[in-house]
Design a binder for this molecule. Structure first.
Ligand SMILES: [Zn+2]
Length: 146
């Protein structure tokens, strides 16, 4: 009888020790998670800052490219007759000459002279800004516009 009680006590004590150890491990895990969350916030803030700087530089560089292409006649200087938006098809953007990947918004437009031009949504916005219509650097939200 004493042995059974002793065994039951030992089992309870072992469970209490195990529970105590698990609580201590949980506290350590929670503290580590807080540290990781804080590091992620710092990285996200740095990333946003880099993104804003990159976007400013990219917009300025793109404006120069668009200006040259407008002067050279490589881009129309009139607003398009028709605009269609959708995912990229793998072709090259007529503005920045980057690849129009399926993850990019691609704008297909019919310009004067029935020429079809393909460009990124952001490049389209910057081209519009150069023509004095629309705005530059903003995200274009709609996938299909016409
Ligand atoms: Zn582009």
């Amino acid at each position: 009888m004493e042995t059974r009680t002793g065994t039951a006590f030992d089992e309870h004590y072992t469970l209490i020790e195990k529970g105590d150890r698990l609580v201590r491990q949980s506290v350590v895990s929670v503290m580590a998670s807080h540290d990781r969350i804080q590091r992620s916030r710092t990285l996200a803030a740095d990333s946003q800052s880099w993104n804003r700087q990159h976007r400013r530089r990219w917009t300025a560089a793109l404006a120069a490219v668009i200006g040259k292409k407008l002067r050279d006649g490589c881009l129309p200087s009139e607003p398009p007759l028709r605009i269609i938006g959708g995912p990229g098809t793998g072709h090259r953007c007529v503005v920045c000459e980057g690849k129009l990947r399926p993850t990019h918004l691609m704008v297909e437009l019919l310009a004067n002279g029935n020429e079809t031009l393909l460009m990124h949504g952001d490049c389209f916005a910057n081209w519009n800004a150069a023509l004095g219509i629309g705005h530059s650097g903003g995200a274009i939200r709609s996938v299909r516009t016409g």
